[in-house]
Ligand binder design. Structure first.
Ligand SMILES: O=C1O[C@H](COP(=O)(O)O)[C@@H](O)[C@H](O)[C@H]1O
Length: 251
């Protein structure tokens, strides 16, 4: 794990986007294309603002979408497709885009994504961490073993409450019950993982993720510590409850 501490979310987003672009360019130099997985959420705003300004030949980059609600129209403010289209896909010209289209029949979209994902390794995963330490919609207790690329999940109340708190939905009853998520094993198969985790509201999740060297399904993001190339970007808010053993290591 490489831990990067930044003063604020804007600096965090800029540095993480530079790191992502440098790695994508390395992949383009190595094999002529790159396959990237993108997450969404308020925590990724500054990253995307900076990513679209990076010197990358996006026409050689294939994008996979991390997760999406089932049955939520793309016109809804909480739609992750809407988010990605507005903040990234409409701003650059990509080689290919694989959305998790939650308005289609789940079995059809799962089949298509499985085939597309199976064509080769993901070079980069941009993986946010939720307030309950979820990665994508793998909420605690997360299944670390399922080996499909994506799966359907039932959203927990905890996860729904987080979405309401962030202002994406008016109330708990408005949050869909089901979603399609990239699985933990598929996320872990990315050659490189970058996590942008700004804001004080994530301090507890970050603290619990790094508390010990152990991994536990109760803290889904803890599995990221076992990835050979995981870069974690924090700001002063999210880093405010770092465990002493980690603080000691970076002092
Ligand atoms: O639910 C999710 O959580 C993470 C973090 O989201 P945020 O709204 O707290 O920024 C997000 O990156 C991921 O795509 C999504 O599944």
């Amino acid at each position: 794990m490489r831990l990067h501490l930044h003063q604020d979310s804007e600096t965090l987003g800029r540095h993480a986007a530079k790191e992502a672009a440098a790695w994508i360019n390395e992949c383009l130099g190595e094999k002529g294309f790159a396959r990237i997985v993108l997450s969404t959420g308020a925590s990724q705003f500054e990253f995307f603002n900076s990513l679209i300004q990076q010197p990358v030949d996006w026409t050689k980059v294939e994008m996979f979408h991390l997760d999406e609600y089932i049955g939520l129209p793309e016109s809804h403010p909480a739609s992750f497709r809407k988010y990605l289209k507005e903040r990234f896909v409409s701003r650059v010209t990509l080689k290919a885009v694989h959305f998790v289209d939650g308005e289609r029949l789940p079995s059809d979209i799962l089949d298509e994504l499985e085939k597309a994902a199976g064509k080769g390794p993901f070079d980069l995963g941009l993986i946010g961490i939720g307030e309950n330490a979820h990665i994508a919609f793998n909420d605690p207790p997360a299944d670390f073993l399922v080996d499909s690329a994506y799966k359907v999940v039932a959203l927990t109340d905890d996860c729904k409450e987080q979405q309401v708190r962030e202002g994406w939905f008016a109330g708990l009853g408005d949050v869909p019950d089901l979603a399609i998520t990239m699985t933990v094993s598929s996320i872990m198969s990315c050659r490189k993982i970058i996590s942008c985790v700004p804001h004080e509201v994530k301090a507890d999740a970050v603290g619990r993720t790094l508390a010990t060297e152990e991994t536990t399904p109760e803290v889904p993001a803890s599995i990221l510590k076992t990835h050979p190339d995981w870069s974690l970007h924090l700001d002063s808010g999210s880093a405010s409850r770092l465990p002493i053993r980690v603080r000691g290591g970076i002092a």
